[in-house]
Design a protein around this ligand. Sequence first.
Ligand SMILES: [Fe+2]
Ligand SMILES: [Fe+2]
Length: 202
Amino acid sequence: MELSNDTKNILGLHLPTDPRWVNLAEKSLEDILTDHAYCEQKATTTCISLIQRYSNKEKVVIDLSPIVTEEWGHFRLVLAELHKRNLKLGPQRKDEYVNALLEFQKKGGHIDDRFLDQMLTMALIEARSCERFKRLSEGLNDAYMQKFYRRFMESEAGHYTLFIELAETYIDKEKVRRRWKEWLDYEAGVIKNIEVRGDRIH
Ligand SMILES: [Fe+2]
Ligand SMILES: [Fe+2]
């Protein structure tokens, strides 16, 4: 299947998702919904942690508070979809993609650098999730599921922009741009090295 240009270019990601992924995902609905549910849960808890960690950054607190509710709402939507289909929320898996991204985060150094990397990690996860939801909304055969994923795609696109905006509020824009480029290069390498599996969102 040929990728549409906007999927190729989505959000600046360097490497588009392997086209085989959507066909694999279609065959393992219970697993992909389970994995998706945990992704939404992790997005919720990470936003709560960021609010706690950066309580002195007013925009972080104000802007991420509704995202907590929204991500938890996403979790509930996915859970409802599982139950509607008589499928079960399976166990949480090890998240190779996110773990690989966390390895690239600056752990020491100035607090601003750590803050920047935490915002950019979230922006990347949102961007890649958005790209994957777009692939599902375009590539699945079931019209209901296409619509189901389209809703998530739109929402995660907004979150991606928000995390970049939060970074730019507190850090010099040129510095954000330079580091974002490094993150995009690194993320492309991560995606390239991760096995294409239909039972996970990333
Ligand atoms: Fe979400
Ligand atoms: Fe999100």
